[in-house]
Write a protein that binds this ligand. Structure first.
Ligand SMILES: C=C(O[C@@H]1C=C(C(=O)O)C=C[C@H]1O)C(=O)O
Ligand SMILES: [Mg+2]
Length: 467
């Protein structure tokens, strides 16, 4: 049974309440909790559907469940969107009253959110997702190693008494105590539609290869989309649970907004900042897993010496190096890629780590890094123009940064690939691949099919290769 230590906490609460001025303020407090399962907690509040998020990092070090949005932040459709959000979070910090003197990274006022792929908004499918959005959850469960914390970000009116606030806190703890294990259901889509015929794909890729051969571009990442239709409303918690069971070494994320949910299992870290230490990753170049241990190893070795995949990868390494170097005092990037193995896929992978210069924040790193040539291309602007003119889908938040930030500006963002937008009965899945001079349309098509597999698996099915 969880109860708050009334005596000690009441003193602190009293002190905190004395800082609530006449307009009211947010009060942020964090409580140690025990043995609460994150997926069960997420699934326990279907009444808050549309205002929930989930995140677990690829290395398993941190998991967040956010339930109920206490406050939300947006900015306009421009390249300034990173700074605008940074400023909004700074302003919010000044308005918060904290119960704790010292904050534990990833607890308290933690913001979750993301950005759309393009700065500008011209979306209709993504009607409930703005160009960027960060939310402050009313309830946040943080699971870090073996520790679990419940952070509450509560709006307090000047008329709220100590008793009122203690009652609010106790109600949340009671709710946690009452959480039941998620009931697993199998589900399956009844229909799957390719938004692009194979012939259309072929001509899109040929067009890109032509521009590359003409010297207008070095690399461009192109994506396709499939639509899976269900007979009933897609249960977000079931899809999330399936991803958690099926995918390894991936960031598992979901963000709900009104009637839509954006969900995925991505292996790609864009940037992590922890007390001034930066981590990023170059991930590009792809093959499947083998059926046997030997075949798996053989495929990995082939990938490590494949010129076409190494070329795709090198553009990413060079760009990340060039864009984070000016932000860092020290930077370390191995000269050769290694292999990153996922459930059904293997990639070329080069880790990046560095120490940020004094005044540089995670927002500066996001602005410098997004999009890397793993999702956009090289040169960046030419590739972005090519995608905007030729790719027949709305990227929305696909292939863009998604993640969390705390008040000390520690945080982590992944690249939202291997993902799907869920709207009612419909899931739209996205998968792309890096096109370079010797790309073959059929091989790239097969690569996108492989990249649909994490989301398709979680939605209950697979698609066959194009014959
Ligand atoms: C664009 C995607 O993946 C990216 C493209 C890759 C490639 O072309 O080899 C590999 C990893 C990702 O950086 C996707 O999964 O949608
Ligand atoms: Mg590729």
């Amino acid at each position: 049974m969880l109860t708050i230590e009334r005596l000690s906490i009441n003193e602190k609460l009293n002190e905190a309440l004395s800082h609530i001025d006449e307009q009211g303020r947010f009060l942020s407090l964090t409580i140690d909790v025990h043995s609460i399962n994150s997926i069960d907690y997420f699934a326990s509040r279907t009444d808050l559907k549309g205002e929930r998020f989930y995140w677990s990092s690829a290395n398993g070090e941190i998991t967040f469940v956010g339930l109920g949005y206490a406050n939300q932040f947006y900015s306009t459709d421009s390249a300034e969107r990173y700074q605008t959000i940074e400023q909004a979070l700074e302003d919010q910090k000044q308005q918060m009253v904290h119960l704790q003197d010292e904050q534990i990274t990833g607890t308290g006022a933690v913001y979750f959110g993301g950005f759309s792929f393009f700065n500008e908004r011209h979306h209709s499918e993504w009607h409930d997702f703005p160009v960027n959005q960060f939310v402050l959850p009313k309830r946040l469960l943080t699971v870090k190693n073996d520790e679990q914390y419940l952070s509450l970000n509560l709006w307090i009116e000047p008329s709220d008494s100590l008793d009122d606030v203690s009652t609010m806190i106790q109600a949340e703890l009671d709710q946690i105590n009452a959480v039941q294990p998620i009931e697993k259901n199998t589900m399956n889509f009844t229909q799957i539609n390719d938004e692009l015929t194979y012939d259309q794909w072929e001509s899109l890729i040929n067009n890109a290869v032509e521009e590359i051969t003409d010297g207008k571009l070095d690399k461009v990442v192109l994506a396709r989309e499939v639509e899976a239709l269900f007979e009933e409303q897609i249960p977000v918690e079931q899809v999330l649970n399936a991803l958690l069971e099926q995918q390894e070494r991936s960031y598992i994320f979901v963000m709900e907004n009104n009637n839509q949910a954006f969900i995925g299992a991505t292996p790609e870290r864009l940037v992590e900042v922890n007390r001034g230490e930066l981590q990023s990753a170059c991930l590009a170049g792809t093959t499947s897993r083998g059926q046997t241990v030997d075949e798996d190893e053989w495929k990995a070795l082939e990938l490590l010496k494949d010129d076409k995949n190494l070329e795709e990868h090198q553009y990413v390494v060079k760009m990340i190096k060039d864009s984070v170097s000016p932000l860092c005092d020290t930077l370390s990037i191995p000269s050769q890629p290694m292999i990153r193995k996922l459930s059904k896929i293997q990639h070329l992978f080069t880790p990046v780590s560095g120490s940020l210069k004094e005044s540089v924040t995670i927002f500066d790193a996001l602005k410098a890094l997004h999009p890397t040539p793993a999702l956009g291309g090289e040169p960046r602007q030419e590739a972005m123009n090519f995608i905007q003119r030729n790719e027949p889908l709305e990227r929305g938040w696909y292939a863009a940064p998604i993640g969390w930030i705390d008040e000390e500006l520690n945080g982590e963002f992944a690249v939202a690939i291997r993902s799907a937008l869920l709207t009612g009965h419909k899931a739209r899945l996205f998968a792309g691949c890096g096109i370079v001079s010797d790309s073959d349309p059929k091989a790239e098509y097969d690569e996108t099919n492989l990249k649909f597999s994490p989301m398709l698996g979680a939605l209950g099915g697979y698609i066959d290769d194009h014959e």
